[in-house]
Design a protein around this ligand. Sequence first.
Ligand code: ZN
Length: 458
Amino acid sequence: MRITFCGAAQTVTGSCHLVETEGLRILLDCGLFQGHKEVENRNRSAFPFKPAEIDVVLLSHAHLDHVGLIPRLVKEGFGGEVVTTPPTAEIAKVILTDSAHIQVEEASYRARKARRLGEEAPPPLYDVGDVLDSLDTFRRRVPYGKPLSLKNGAEVVFHDAGHILGSATIELRAEGKTLLFSGDLGNRHRPIVRDPSDPPRADVVLVESTYGNRRHRSIEESVAELKEAIDVVIGRGGNLLIPSFALERTQEVLYELFCLWQKQELPKCKIFLDSPLAIATTRIFARYPGYFDKEGREVFSHSPNPFRFPPLHYTQTTEESKRINALPEGNIIIAGSGMCTGGRIIHHLRHNLWREECGVAFVGYQARGTRGRAIVDGAKRVNIFGEETAVRAQICTVNGFSAHADQPILLDWLKKADPEHLFLVHGEEETLADFKQVISDTLHVDAQIAAWQQSVDV
Ligand code: ZN
């Protein structure tokens, strides 16, 4: 069995690993690189394999950094099938369509800029037509725990990774060996999703390392922090912005706001979900209550619907979104993108970031090089629409909402998987080094830090 790390190696985006086993070429994920320009340029590098020779893509979940290059793969000749869970297939459709719109928009912006310089800009990575073609390859949807036969006796089982709705850890059995790919592993005791399921014993493990050197605060503490930010900011008449990932984080924040409202602990305010993508994903959540944890199922089985309670307003159109800024302050505005790299949150930052009475509550991971990371790291000014804007609003980071396992959860999971060969993927360099050391000290396993385009035989 040969593994080639085609992405998410010493970085947290572009998840993609090629597994070559007897007569079968399998991709584990095919995600988009995001962040620094240098990292994003990898989206245009030639794949280190021939797309037409790939038999199957096993997709762990529908985050863009795991699914976002599938349309390019199909465009370049992939004729096999994508296998994933039912919610992931549905969410992927929404996420990829949104990504195509962004690609086309950015490409036309770059083209206009380039023309003025007498140059040419690269075309979009893919458009909506390419996405529709790629969705035709999502032929088989498998629920958790049900083995599925691939070619030549190979078999795959998806286990609940507890990261986002439909997310999976992938168990691949071939050549008498078990390879386990963690996908993105979830945190415990989170709203809506279940805890990550225990892994099977495996010979080879590829484990994500996003928070391999961190311990999260508990979700209760985080909800208390969020509530405090709401009380303080709304109490003094400001707006509270919540830059949020459209998928999972938004639904968790809505769920917690609903619970506060139900307990009459939410101050009088309006909540705007200002993201067409988040509105679309929220609707998919409502269709899969069977995938929720016990508490989530209970809450969702009663009315009112936690995604449709009186203070909550969905703003679908750009006009509705712009009207929010003309309203009297004292609102909670949830908008994307989660790392403030684009989307409607940018115009809300322009209106609110320089105001002392306002606040920004970050509820998700902020990757290096993003505007969100700069604000969290204490930048006094940030560039918004080409204009320097002062950061005077109250900045609050709420870490416990993390959708990623922290160090104790990862170690516990690895102990159960008990691998002979262990590769660390999906982490930033410093974290990987710390995590490798901790694994060596506590589990006495020599983990290897995967390098981009490196191949290993196991
Ligand atoms: Zn993810």
